[in-house]
Write a protein of this length. Structure first.
Length: 162
């Protein structure tokens, strides 16, 4: 047997090993790309939920501003048709949907809820309490496309007579 015939079989084995190595590399790259796509989608959904929560805070602020004079006189407590909840003696630390006003914006695929609660006068800073101001907690909850993606934001607004 001459050496040329022996080398033909060796080239086949080297080619198969090379093909196996390339398959492993391509498969690893595809797995990494798929993981990056999932992370990007999760980030996008969380960002959408955050923007919806911001929109909920702005809607709660608009509701409080439109009811301003009435809120200063009667406190705006328990008006659930406008998203106003009960009087609170402490700042809330979680989301409670009871009494919240839910809004769904189908055009930009956002859903949010807001809840405005009057706060007890004991939570007012000294300068605000002597000016006849009222404090309100506004909580907004935004939801992304996935039902398990939600962001809750809170702010405190001081409503003072003009």
């Amino acid at each position: 047997m001459n050496t040329f015939q022996k080398q033909q079989g060796f080239v086949l084995i080297v080619s198969l090993v090379f093909l196996l190595v390339m398959t492993v590399l391509v498969t690893g790259t595809m797995v990494g790309t798929t993981q990056n796509e999932r992370m990007s989608g999760s980030y996008l959904d969380r960002n959408r939920a955050y923007q919806a929560a911001e929109q909920a805070l702005r809607a709660g602020e608009r509701a409080l501003a439109s009811q301003g004079e009435a809120c200063l006189s009667n406190g705006c407590a328990n008006d659930t048709s406008n998203g106003f909840g009960a009087l609170l003696n402490a700042l809330p630390n979680n989301w409670v949907a009871t009494g919240s006003l839910a809004v769904t914006k189908s055009g930009n695929q956002m859903a949010y809820s807001y809840l405005v609660n009057p706060l007890a006068s004991s939570l007012l800073p000294a300068a605000k309490s002597t000016a006849g101001c009222s404090a309100y907690s506004i909580r907004g909850r935004g939801q992304g496309l996935a039902s398990n993606t939600a962001v809750v934001l809170q702010t405190v607004i001081y409503l003072c007579p003009a």
